[in-house]
Design a protein around this ligand. Structure first.
Ligand code: N1C
Length: 305
């Protein structure tokens, strides 16, 4: 009886040990699976391969070069410290998750690189980048954001970093569809807002009448600049809806998208005017220029090239 009960006990002990081992193994498997699942769901940013192209090669050299050209040749009155500006620019995104950039990150840069713009000189644009910049280059009377130091330095470039190191990521950067808070989108939104806030007098806007909607309220112009013009300083918005002479004319001053813009602007107590295919008013003045000084390129610049 006694022997039977001790073998019984040993058997029960073995059973208990076995079940404990099974429970422990199962527990470990569940914990392991949970860890793997969590990692799969939220990959560390430094391991991500973003869908957009990587930072522009020689980013530092290009930005410093542009800064020196701007502050020594284009606008020599501006004695900015280019090295300090580069450091502030780099610090905005280096060692950070490129999907988690904030306007705060760029604040020191904005303060360092800001410079005043005269009243009546601001030219805003949407979907007319090429024409707007050709216009300011040739006509010389208005300024786009790219004609200010910050816009000049960053125009056409890509940049981002990684949270795991202090290097510029030349491999890949997030495409704007991957995440909204990427270094370029946040930069352009903040720079555009600052540019719009500093505008005064008459503000000119060049829109594209050869696409279905000349005014798109989700564009940076529609969602940022329009709402940050100060009605105490800006009294008139002059719209030019431009058309590609080789393409079709889809939208014009009388279209619903421009009417929507008109009602937003007038609702903000800023007067509004619109002109289709504004022609260069300086043509007559240039005719009076001595022969040889008229640059034929100026005449062509009005059209989409
Ligand atoms: O979204 P958008 O145009 O309406 O933005 C244009 C508007 C302009 O008035 C500028 O002051 O916003 C400012 N701006 C730039 O200056 C700029 N340079 C380069 C906004 N974006 C700028 N970029 C890049 O073009 C940037 O990558 C941004 O996402 C696009 C927007 O161009 P868009 O859609 O034609």
């Amino acid at each position: 009886m006694v022997r039977e009960s001790s073998s019984h006990r040993r058997q029960r002990c073995r059973c208990l040990l076995l079940s404990l081992t099974v429970i422990l193994i199962l527990g470990a498997v569940v914990v392991l699976a949970a860890v793997i699942f969590a990692k799969k769901k939220d990959p560390p940013a430094e391991l991500s391969q973003w869908k957009g192209s990587g930072s522009t090669g020689n980013l530092k050299e290009i930005m410093l070069g542009r800064c020196f050209i701007y502050t020594r040749i284009v606008n020599p009155e501006l004695r900015s410290d280019c090295l300090k500006i580069w450091e502030a620019f780099k610090n905005a995104f280096i060692s950070k998750n490129p999907c988690d950039i904030t306007e705060q990150d760029y604040q020191p840069l904005m303060e360092l690189a800001a410079h005043p713009i005269l009243c009546n000189k601001t030219l805003l644009w949407s979907k007319t980048s090429e024409l707007a910049h050709k216009y300011t280059k040739v006509q010389g009377n208005l300024l786009t954001l790219e004609d200010t130091l910050l816009g000049y330095m960053a125009d056409g470039l890509t940049w981002c970093g990684s949270p795991s190191n202090s290097e510029i990521n030349y491999e890949s950067c997030p495409h704007w569809r991957e995440c909204a808070n990427n270094p370029s989108s946040i930069f352009w939104k903040l720079a555009s807002r600052t540019f719009a806030e500093s505008a005064c007098g008459v503000v000119h806007v060049m829109l594209n009448g050869s696409i279905s909607h000349a005014f798109v309220n989700s564009s940076i112009f529609g969602s940022v600049e329009v709402h940050h013009l100060n009605p105490k300083k800006v009294h008139l918005m002059k719209i030019w809806v431009m058309h590609n002479i080789r393409g079709q004319s889809s939208d014009s001053c009388s279209s619903s998208s421009i009417k929507e813009l008109k009602s937003i602007i007038e609702g903000r107590n800023i007067a509004f005017s619109c002109k289709d295919d504004h022609r260069w008013s300086n043509l007559s003045r240039r005719r009076q220029e001595p022969a040889g000084q008229v640059n034929e390129a100026k005449v062509y610049s009005w059209f989409w090239l």
